[in-house]
Write a protein that binds this ligand. Structure first.
Ligand code: ADP
Ligand code: MG
Length: 691
């Protein structure tokens, strides 16, 4: 028997070449595709609502007798038809109508219509309802099921989509559409058979719980969400396997360089740094490429861990690339690594997108020629960057890099043959549930200990009407020898406007704080200017640094103990946490003042309240996820990583542990089910599982 995944839509009645092409454009090529094209919502045309019981905003079928039809001249000519059913009267309003239509709607006509009841000039009205006249001898059958409304595109009507799903449903059965969830798994997690779930969602019975359906909590949706998440999990495992199947240069543990590095470092590594360092050192000694995610809160000391990893590759004579998402952060790393590696006689090269002309050519030549340590921005991913012997790639602040970009790195290994080891570091702690699903291809290490001597940052919410007081606080902190940041947040997604705001804050604050050394840094400045300002701030020549969120990541000035963030309500919690992590790096008590603009929305108050209550990045990340949703937090809208059809990572987070177990089970006992599942769910768009 041919399964529905192999039957093209052209086999359906009414589907010719032109329609097939339209359907293909939205990814509908087979009957299986049609069945997995699920309704967005439903209409209830299974019952007539008495006019007297209609509520504003309700979509409903009503029946009644036309009590009168008038053409109103007002601002726009309209036809107003009054309909009564003994329980009340309703008006049907048409702005576009023909004479024939008007004549057909004469007094005494028995009508059935469907539409949304809205409050209008004459009481409840339905604008342009669907309607038809009923005759006494015509049986007035209502729909037997809720009416599905499908995601559509131009030229594809709902009626057409319904006809197609009707035909596909007629051919749906346990044999025509194999259920790739083995019975044992379905039983264990109480999942209903696939064909039942699909049938239900395309044609829910009149008594279906519409609220559950709307919220995606219905058992039929649950069944499909489980399968979809399972498939995602399997695709990540495949990705991981395909990476693991490659060879990486095994790097023996470093002896010499690590000893020298630690001797010069000035502090002993924390217990967590040692533990994580050992995990990484072991991975690197293997001939399978390392794929490790290092999570650690802001200020946990990830850079030292990165350096330890780098030394292992460097000591074996290989190259290391360290990548950061912004130029400022990359520069900071460049400076740190130069400082650490120069005494060991190791050269460090620099590459960023802004590097042009001769400087660029010479950087590319250095990298191709084998300069051991290379630091830069994602410019390092570019095609023309050729490494001589790349054995380790370190990526800082993972949440901005996508899976695709990670994949691109494989090609940069030794002679395009050996795959480099990868260490991915993130300061945005990813909630466990999400990490399980989104980063199932990575092993995880957690740096769960801050270096000693840190004092937690004290966070306060202050209305911007108290700006003058706040400025005085900056003055006194600076007079005590401390340094401060003044951060201007993003305005209407415009970098230009944001930089202007920072410039004017800089002017105001310079004027208000005469005698203090105030600096300015923002994204529109040249790299050299930014570097110069940062260097001055680091050396204490500047006391106050006015900045945009360019300083979000990585900037490290332990003497800075005060941060003011203007309009913090514009930022995500994790971003605020990153910013706040710039202070509290020394031993002095640190403060972060969130200078908000009242009135705050209830959500705004809730969110900033979380910032005041906790310094724990994991808790903040969890809350941020709850309040904003996962796609936004991971910045995955661009990468398409977490776009699901049925599942919703936040809503279905409690399924993830079961999904993970089920994936293991399936891989072990039913490996032949994996490919059909991937093909069913991921064929269009998301190719990351098919490497
Ligand atoms: P992050 O994890 O946010 O990237 P960094 O690597 O920038 O943190 O480290 C933050 C600061 O802590 C730096 O000034 C670094 O020198 C310092 N640091 C790192 N490890 C230790 C340690 N074991 N003891 C003391 N200070 C440390
Ligand atoms: Mg860092």
């Amino acid at each position: 028997m041919t399964t529905l995944s192999h039957i093209p839509v052209t086999e359906l009645k009414g589907v010719g070449a032109a329609l097939a092409e339209k359907l293909a454009r939205v990814g509908l090529e087979t009957l299986q595709d049609i069945l997995f094209h699920l309704p967005l919502r439903y209409q209830d045309r299974t019952r007539c609502v008495p006019i007297g019981a209609l509520r504003p905003g309700q979509d409903a079928v009503v029946e009644g007798v036309v009590a009168g039809a008038d053409v109103l001249m007002g601002r726009r000519r309209s036809l107003l038809v009054r309909l009564s059913d003994g329980t009340g009267t309703l008006s049907l309003r048409f702005y576009h109508f023909s004479t024939a239509q008007k004549d057909a709607l004469k007094r005494g006509t028995h009508l059935r219509c469907y539409g949304e009841a809205r409050p209008g000039a004459s009481g409840l009205e339905i604008y342009h309802p669907e309607y038809r006249a009923l005759t006494d001898n015509e049986p007035a059958a209502l729909e037997q099921t809720l009416t599905p409304i499908y995601p559509s595109t131009e030229g594809l009507t709902q009626q057409r989509l319904r006809q197609l799903s009707e035909q596909a449903l007629a051919r749906l059965g346990p044999h025509s559409l194999p259920d790739w969830l083995p019975a044992a798994i379905a039983r264990e997690y109480q999942l209903s058979p696939l064909d039942q779930a699909l049938r239900y969602l395309h044609r829910p019975p009149p008594d279906a719980d519409q609220e559950e359906l709307a919220e995606g909590r219905h058992w039929a949706q649950h069944r499909l969400a489980f399968e979809e998440l399972l498939t995602h999990q399997l695709s990540m495992q495949r990705l991981r396997e395909s990476l693991r199947a490659q060879h990486a240069p095994p790097l023996p543990k470093s002896q010499q360089l690590t000893r020298q590095f630690l001797a010069n470092l000035g502090f002993p590594p924390t217990g967590a740094q040692q533990r994580v360092g050992a995990e990484i050192a072991y991975d690197l000694s293997q001939s399978e490429p390392m794929l490790r995610l290092l999570q650690g809160d802001v200020g946990a000391g990830k850079t030292v861990v990165a350096a330890l990893a780098a030394l292992q590759a460097l000591e074996s004579g290989y190259q290391v690339a360290l990548m950061a998402p912004t130029e400022i952060l990359a520069e900071q790393h460049f400076i740190s690594f130069q400082r650490w590696l120069a005494p060991l006689g190791i050269e460090v090269a620099w590459l960023a997108g802004k590097l042009k002309g001769k400087a660029r050519t010479s950087a590319l030549a250095q990298i191709a020629g084998g300069t051991p340590m290379v630091v830069g921005t994602h410019a390092l991913f570019q095609e023309e960057v050729q490494f001589a012997k790349l054995a380790l790639v370190i990526i800082d602040e993972q949440h901005r890099f996508g899976v695709q970009q990670r994949l691109a790195l494989r090609k940069k290994g030794v002679e395009g043959r050996l795959c480099p080891h990868q260490l991915i570091m993130t300061a945005t702690p990813i909630p466990r549930t999400l990490a399980m699903s989104a980063y199932a291809d990575l092993d995880t290490s957690i740096l769960d200990e801050l270096p000693p001597g840190r004092t937690p940052v004290n966070t306060l919410l202050i209305a911007d009407s108290r700006r003058i007081e706040v400025i005085e606080r900056v003055r006194s902190a600076c007079h005590e020898g401390r340094q401060a940041y003044w951060v201007c947040t993003l305005i209407e997604e415009s970098e230009e406007l944001t930089c202007q705001a920072a410039e004017s804050a800089y002017e105001d604050l310079s004027a208000a704080l005469g005698g203090l050394h105030v600096g300015l840094i923002h994204g529109r400045m040249k790299a050299a200017e930014k570097a110069a300002v940062m260097a001055q701030f680091k050396q204490g020549q500047l006391q106050l640094l006015v900045a945009t969120t360019v300083i979000e990541v990585g900037v490290d000035v332990p003497n800075a103990s005060l941060m003011i963030i203007e309009n913090p309500e514009r930022l995500g919690l994790s971003q605020l946490h990153q910013l706040r992590g710039r202070v509290g790096r020394g031993s002095a008590a640190s403060h972060c003042l969130l200078l908000y603009h009242p009135p705050l929305s209830q959500l705004g108050r809730q969110r900033l309240g979380i910032m005041r209550e906790t310094n724990d990045g994991f808790i903040i990340a969890e809350k941020d996820l709850e309040l904003r949703g996962p796609g936004e937090m991971l910045g995955t809208r661009q990468t398409g990583l977490l776009q699901f059809k049925v599942a919703d990572l936040l809503r279905d987070a409690d399924l993830l542990p079961a999904v993970r177990d089920a994936a293991q089970h399936l891989l072990a006992d039913w490996p032949q089910h994996v490919s059909p599942l991937l093909e069913r769910w991921l064929r269009h768009g998301q190719q990351y599982g098919q490497v």
